[in-house]
Design a protein around this ligand. Structure first.
Ligand SMILES: [Zn+2]
Length: 256
């Protein structure tokens, strides 16, 4: 039975472990790097198939998440692929802990997943009896991808949609990407929950923690309803081509 934890380690247990592991179901793991190791407190995802596993992101590098992943996969004879939702430091910082990691450039990401027409082409990535769809969504960083898991219907969106500050340096690309992602969902790929890579909102609508806060008492849940993607798409469409700060209950768009 798939589930989310009642609460994540929000930094208020500063002497606790450097990570939190949650088995969403028997083949899906959500890992949070503890806030006390780094204020970003990023979330990582481990998706397990019958032939290989995919780890999305490696954290900031301030926690030994390789040991965590090794333990999670112990006893399974699986190839591990390590890729990223995008190439920012808080998601690739642990790369050197792993043996083989997909590079951070558009060219390397496209080559690994077999995307020949970036960013318009959506491709599949087969873990063995578990097919993922990989959707290029540049705009926040440049080599951003979203991952849709057909089995759980979870949509992993990295830093492009999560309950927090969505930084957008490339407004035009970001609008197009969210449009394409919403279109992918509307075209017959139903979403159970949208999962990003951070929590930066409190449990009060549209209210964020200060940048760099060491503790997050009363965090917004990690998981977002699928309607939140629709809401973001419509907000970006309504905002038009000029970058604008958009404060919504479950996300804040911050042009850069
Ligand atoms: Zn990030």
């Amino acid at each position: 039975m798939a589930s989310f934890p009642d609460r994540w380690d929000d930094g208020t247990t500063a002497d606790g472990p450097d990570h939190q592991v949650h088995w969403y179901d028997e083949r899906t793991v959500i890992i949070r790097q503890a806030l006390h190791t780094n204020f970003e407190g990023p979330f990582l995802y481990l998706l397990i198939g019958s032939e290989r596993a995919l780890l999305l992101d490696t954290g900031t590098g301030h926690a030994n998440l390789r040991a965590v992943v090794d333990e999670l996969l112990a006893g399974r004879d699986l190839e591990l692929a390590v890729a990223h939702t995008h190439g920012h430091g808080d998601h690739v910082g642990g790369d050197d802990q792993f043996d083989r990691v997909v590079g951070r450039s558009v060219e390397e990401v496209a080559a690994f997943f077999g995307i020949t027409s970036w960013p318009d082409e959506i491709v599949t990535f087969d873990l063995g009896e578990r097919v993922l769809d990989v959707i290029p969504i540049p705009g926040h960083q440049g080599s951003d991808v979203a991952v849709y898991d057909r089995e759980t219907r979870l949509l992993l969106t990295g830093d492009s949609l999560y309950p927090g500050r969505l930084y957008v340096p490339d407004w035009s690309s970001y609008r197009s990407s969210i449009r394409r992602l919403a279109g992918f969902v509307a075209a017959g790929n139903p979403v159970e929950r949208v999962l990003g890579a951070h929590i930066e909102l409190t449990d009060r609508p549209g209210e964020d923690y200060v940048m760099g806060a060491a503790e997050h008492p009363g965090e917004h849940p990690l998981e977002l309803a699928p309607e939140t993607l629709t809401e973001l798409d419509e907000a970006l469409t309504a905002a038009g081509p000029e970058p604008r700060r958009l404060v919504h209950d479950h996300f804040i768009v911050v042009p850069r």
